[in-house]
Design a binder for this molecule. Structure first.
Ligand code: ADP
Length: 320
């Protein structure tokens, strides 16, 4: 491997810059040149390729978002698009690639590997919805950002003795909702993986809590369930308790990464550069049982993970 490319793909996540920085600097330490590919696979197809050196990533570790930009690219899902991508890599002397993104991005990485460009995936998403890993770049920052916002809503909710429904991100996964719910002491946590759409249970909970003397009732709702505003209207009508919905939205994707995200992203980025320089291809870097490891992409995409049942039961027990 003489020259590697690095790109970010799919949704952005805080900590991606720490990962890019680590890829760039570790590869340079290993005697390999680095090129940055802007705006994901779309930028590759548009040949938005820049030379990078150690200074290109100066003053970026503390920044949210991704300095390379990111995009979704339909053309790259086609064989013609993938072939064009591999040809462009060859023309620019890129014989290795690091792709920072989620499952969709790994499918593109798999295609590039098949076409002879050694490719390594890094897990970049705030949603934690990548089965092969217990950590994804951006999750820690996102849950901390959401937690701080929820604490603030909780203050005003208590003062006014309201019920608050706060919707957090996570796409079809409930990890952000579970962590924020436990971290803020929410009375109810609605996870797409567990929710049975029985609103009567929620209503009974609110009424019982009022009887117990609780002044507020905090419900964390996951994006995958959604409909927080209409849910609030129905709950207010059924309980007589003033109920407001707050949808946190994109604020959860931004901001300066936490130390944990900077640290893990740095280790993972360096790890990706190392295995790529050592000749690996079609692998994804993961965090499993307290260690950084790598899996074949095919194997990683076939894995499944679930919200641990015990964690969910604990979240319920602590909300009584
Ligand atoms: P994420 O990587 O976060 O899962 P997406 O699913 O949007 O996000 O995927 C990001 C990009 O990866 C897509 O815009 C597309 O360019 C590429 N991609 C997604 N699925 C495939 C696929 N099956 N084959 C090749 N490339 C894909």
């Amino acid at each position: 491997i003489k020259t590697i490319g690095v790109l970010t793909s799919g949704g952005d996540a805080p900590g991606m810059n720490a990962a890019i920085r680590a890829v760039v600097r570790k590869a340079i330490c290993n005697g390999v040149k680095v090129k940055g590919i802007k705006k994901g696979y779309q930028g590759l197809l548009n040949e938005e390729i820049i030379d990078m050196d150690a200074r290109s990533v100066s003053d970026t570790i503390q920044k949210g978002g991704t300095i390379l930009g990111t995009a979704r690219c339909l053309e790259f899902k086609t064989e013609a698009g993938q072939k064009k991508g591999a040809e462009i890599c060859r023309r620019h002397g890129i014989d290795g690639l690091v792709v920072i993104g989620g499952d969709g991005s790994y499918r593109g990485a798999q295609a590039m590997s098949r076409l002879g460009i050694n490719t390594i995936g890094l897990p970049g998403t705030i949603d934690l919805d990548i089965a092969c890993t217990e950590y994804t770049i951006g999750f820690d920052t996102a849950v901390n950002t959401a937690m701080q916002a929820i604490d603030k809503v909780r203050d005003t909710s208590s003062s006014h003795e309201r019920c608050s429904i706060i919707e957090v991100m996570g796409r079809n996964a409930g990890y952000i909702a579970l962590w924020c719910g436990v971290g803020t002491g929410a009375e109810d946590i609605l996870l797409p993986e567990k929710y049975d759409y029985d609103e009567q249970q929620l209503i009974n909970n609110i009424i019982n809590n009022r009887k117990k003397g609780k002044t507020h009732h905090l419900i964390i709702n996951a994006e995958g369930i959604g409909h927080s505003t209409s849910m609030a209207k129905r709950i207010e009508a059924a309980t007589g308790v003033e109920t407001r919905a707050t949808i946190l939205g994109y604020m959860q994707r931004g901001g300066s990464p936490t130390c944990l995200d900077r640290y893990y992203a740095s280790i993972m980025g360096a790890y990706a550069a190392d295995i790529l320089c050592a000749g690996s291809s079609n692998r994804v870097v993961a965090y499993k049982h307290g260690e950084f490891v790598d899996y074949d992409i095919e194997e990683a995409l076939a894995m499944q993970k679930e919200i641990p049942e015990y964690h969910y039961q604990v979240s319920k027990a602590l909300a009584t």
